[in-house]
Design a protein around this ligand. Structure first.
Ligand code: UDP
Length: 237
């Protein structure tokens, strides 16, 4: 069996790393995410990862306390760097070769984002973890996923969330809510469904970059998507 995609961009939210904890990085959760990633890397699929920072700090949480928005956003970006370092070390422990590239320059800690180098790493079978989002305040790591996914020529963005796809309504509040197996960009807009934030969504749509939303807590889900099976919700052109 061969994979349906040769190169993917996986977006992991910071919250995914918390597991059942209220804050920070849960080592067992991190190890299980890495095991899911390994199952796909073992197929020979080239993997770029964009990691969020919400388990440590989000810009909006800072502004809620009166902090300047840009300052708070830079703190959020630095939070993603810590997550990226934890993820790459967990990959090392699992025998995977992860490389962190940061959109903000902190060269004593991680190498800077260089597109050509990132692509070379992917071709060499290394997993590139893109840290510090886009490097700009007022954006999110969803936008970084759309941007880096486009830049590296990924065939799909896989957005790992706590929910196993996109529903007609919030499944926690509406027991009659049903999940879309597939939905077009246009229909998602028409129904005002929040797939990614609006900037990220617009970029994927312009670049004709499909998005598959799935649950990272569901064992084997990531591999099933990469094998071309229906899992979560596929947002297509
Ligand atoms: N952030 C930013 N620019 C970016 C990406 C992220 O300013 O390009 C900041 C922003 O404050 C955000 C925080 O970093 O709240 C953490 O990222 P995000 O909320 O996307 O993480 P996730 O929700 O995926 O854990």
């Amino acid at each position: 069996m061969t994979a349906a995609y040769g190169r993917i961009l996986l977006k992991l939210s910071g919250e995914a790393l918390m597991g059942d904890d209220a804050y920070g990085i849960n080592p067992a959760m991190l190890a299980s995410i890495v095991a899911e990633v390994k199952s796909v890397a073992d197929l020979g699929v080239e993997i770029g990862v964009v990691i969020g920072g919400g388990n440590i700090f989000r810009g909006v949480a800072g502004t809620a306390t009166g902090m300047d928005r840009a300052t708070a956003d830079y703190m959020g970006m630095l939070a993603t760097v810590m997550n990226a370092m934890a993820l790459s070390d967990a990959m090392r422990q699992a025998g995977l070769n992860g490389r962190v590239q940061s959109a903000l320059n902190i060269e004593q800690v991680v190498e800077p984002y260089i597109r050509g180098k990132a692509i070379r790493y992917l071709e060499e079978g290394k997993i590139v973890i893109f840290a510090a989002g886009t490097g700009n305040p007022f954006f999110t790591t969803d936008t970084a996923a759309a941007l880096r996914g486009s830049e590296i020529g990924a065939e799909i963005v896989l957005k790992a969330t706590k929910v196993d796809g996109i529903y007609t309504a919030d499944p926690k509040q509406d027991p009659l809510a049903t999940r879309f197996a597939r939905i077009s960009f246009d229909e998602a807009i028409g129904r005002d469904l929040k797939v990614l934030d609006s900037t990220a969504f617009a970029l994927c749509r312009d670049q004709k970059l499909p998005i598959n939303v799935f649950s990272i807590f569901k064992p084997g889900a990531l591999k099933r998507i990469v094998m071309g099976e229906d899992e979560g919700t596929l947002v297509h052109v």
